[in-house]
Design a protein around this ligand. Structure first.
Ligand code: G6P
Length: 633
């Protein structure tokens, strides 16, 4: 396997994020390592974090650190359970992990076996009682869970009739009761969990502890990620590799319908029919610095600044896979692209190039809506799926529909071990490392690179110029002080607009999305041509409007739009390689090959959103109400 680019030697210097050596080494290093990771989020609720540990030493601090590492995915409550003195002890509550730690002293809980959880509420409000872990009637079984149990009301009614009493409003609690009931019958933890989960409909990743088995955790999964970490004298179960990466980089990914038994010395996996599955750990070599903020105030800013490296690592694709991907695209009877959120915007870039340059008809459909368009899907259809996490429920739902109709699934995904990657016929990885900030930044840039590699491969062209692109990305980051001034100036405005034409339109959409997510300012992105069909009515004195307008085909037309906006009082902010008097402010960006301009243009907009959030005292890493990976519909 050789790298697609051979014009750049990425140099690795001491301690920082620069790389050296031939590109192949870089591929074998950063890109491969990044490719192995999974940031898959799960969701007892929406996106929850699970971490469990069986060890020969106290686990409370290990679990607490793990919880902090998965905090980025968003949560409203947290809790922990350990076994000590033949009793399961649970401490939990609504609020931030640090507050819960202060109030309950999670880190001083005793026991060598334990599990912890961050919850994002779906069934049942944000209350102390609804936080996980949940216990059974006799408190002999404790459960943490990600996902949604669709038949929980029916199960709850049945259990209530048999005398079970519930302490919370969650769907999760019924699992604890079901397991307890099965355990009373079989006295076998593995059998108890296996038969309990067979009764569940919906999605789940669960970890279960038994009071009288202080050496064991049982896990099970269906449609929500769950993986194991194998360390000396310690075994982990988690929804996210980041939860245990400090202790081990040896990981075992679990498949749907598998149940696992974990002790401090090892693990046994059982398939849906009960037979044992042998699966050795995969090494996911990883540098801790990649998942820490290093010197940056926030992960989001760190990830924005990683983008000179992102473009290079994203471009390192296996040529055989890329050409297989491209040939499937060319041969498709019908072609669809699907994704959600930011990934959808990258999908629009791909559509543009496939339509305009390759003459291929294709539609981009947000994944949550694909179902409405499946009439066109059949054997011979190809669906290209973009996702950072590979776990977004809407995306996986779309894939399920498409597969059921015989379509081939080609995916572009960051998380190598994700459900999407496993469900796809061909996978191209983004290789951009873990993205912790809830708002996608570097993953968009990586997607913009990969979709261009795909479009070029479809066109039979070689992709060159990654070195120049990486340098241009480094240059455009210099605009930060100017962008920060603009962000502060406009941070109290109620509305913002972003407009562009053609291939730049997705950048306008992405700029607006970033601003909404991080600053909570109402923002709209649209094709500049649409302004006159409605939005101009909203422009008043001082309304900030970003016009993304590189030199080229559409430049003059977009300048006219800028004039129209200015005439109605707007403060026009031009993002362009060319200055113009019409702009109240120009964010000057370097010129690169037209196909890469969106990467150069989006970065100032990421910085604008970030600084507007900071100016408004919002937490840019964890925007309110949002989740990194929305694993339920
Ligand atoms: C969530 C995130 C967005 C992301 C979208 C799709 O809404 O907050 O930042 O763009 O999901 O995620 P994916 O992992 O499928 O790219």
């Amino acid at each position: 396997m050789g790298p697609i680019i051979n014009d750049y030697a990425w140099s690795r210097g001491g301690g920082g994020h620069s790389w050296s050596g031939p590109a192949q080494n870089a591929l074998n290093g950063i890109a491969r390592l990044f490719a192995e990771f999974i940031t898959a989020a799960a969701g007892s609720a929406r996106v929850c974090g699970i971490i469990g540990c069986v060890s020969d030493e106290p686990v409370a601090e290990i679990l607490l650190d793990g919880l902090k590492r998965v905090e980025y995915r968003g949560y409203d409550s947290a809790g922990m359970a350990t076994i000590s003195g033949s009793r399961i002890r649970v401490k939990k509550g609504a609020g931030r992990i640090t507050e819960i730690e202060q109030k309950h002293g999670l880190s001083s809980m005793k026991g060598n076996v334990g599990m912890a959880h961050t919850r994002w509420a779906t069934h049942g409000g944000v209350t102390d009682r609804n936080a996980h872990p949940h216990t059974s009637c006799r408190e002999t079984v404790a459960v943490i869970h990600n996902g949604i149990i669709e038949n929980y009301l029916e199960l709850k009614r049945g259990l209530s009739k048999k005398g079970h009493r519930f302490k919370s409003e969650t769907d999760t609690e019924i699992i604890a009761h079901l397991v307890e009931r099965e355990y009373l019958r079989s006295n076998d933890p593995l059998k108890a969990v296996t038969s309990a989960v067979k009764k569940l409909k919906g999605q789940y990743a669960v970890a279960v502890m038994f009071q009288d088995r202080p050496d064991t955790i049982i896990g099970a999964r269906k449609d929500a990620p769950l993986l194991l970490g194998v360390a000396d004298g310690k075994m982990f179960i988690a929804s996210d590799i980041l939860a245990f990466i400090e202790h081990t980089d040896r990981t075992v990914f679990l498949d749907n319908h598998e149940v696992v038994e974990l002790t401090k010395d090892g693990y046994r996996i059982f398939g849906p029919k009960g037979s044992q599955v042998r699966r050795a750990p995969t090494q996911v070599a990883w540098e801790l610095s990649d998942v820490s903020k290093t010197d940056f105030a926030h992960y989001t800013l760190k990830e924005i600044y990683e983008q000179p490296a992102t473009v290079v690592s994203a471009s390192m694709q296996d040529p055989r896979k890329l050409s297989e991907f491209a040939s499937s695209v060319r041969k498709a009877d019908s072609l669809f692209i699907t994704a959600s959120g930011t990934s959808y915007h990258a999908g629009l870039l791909l559509k543009f190039r496939l339509n305009k340059e390759a003459g291929l008809r294709c539609d981009v459909i947000v994944s949550g809506e694909l179902r409405e368009h499946t009439g066109f899907l059949r054997k011979g259809s190809v669906v290209i799926v973009l996702s950072q996490s590979g776990e977004t429920a809407d995306v996986l739902g779309a894939v399920k529909e498409a597969k059921a109709r015989g379509a081939k699934i080609l995916s572009i995904v960051n998380a190598a071990g994700s459900t999407l990657a496993r469900e796809s016929d061909i996978v191209l990885l983004l290789n951009c490392g873990p993205e912790v900030g809830v708002a996608a930044t570097k993953s968009f840039t990586a997607q913009a690179v990969v979709v261009n590699l795909v479009a070029d491969a479809v066109l039979g062209k070689k992709t060159n110029g990654m070195k120049e692109l990486s340098e241009a990305v480094r240059d455009v980051l210099q605009v930060e002080p100017d962008v920060k001034r603009l962000a502060v100036k406009y941070s109290q405005r109620p509305d913002f607009y972003f407009v562009a034409r053609g291939y730049q339109s997705p950048v306008a959409l992405e700029g607006a999305l970033k601003l909404k997510e991080l600053s909570y300012i109402h923002a709209e992105g649209m094709a500049a041509s649409e302004l006159k069909h409605g939005t101009l009515a909203l422009i008043e004195k001082g309304t900030p409007v970003v016009v993304v307008n590189p030199s080229g085909e559409a430049h003059a037309e977009s300048l006219s739009s800028a004039e129209e906006l200015k005439a109605r009082g707007a403060d026009v902010i031009g993002v362009s390689d060319q200055e113009d008097a019409v702009y109240a402010h120009t964010i000057k960006v370097p010129r690169v090959q037209p196909k890469f301009m969106p990467i150069i243009e989006v970065i100032p907009l990421q910085l604008l959103a970030y600084h507007a959030a900071v100016a408004k005292k919002n937490d840019p890493d964890y925007p309110r109400n949002l989740a990194k990976s929305v694993t339920v519909k």
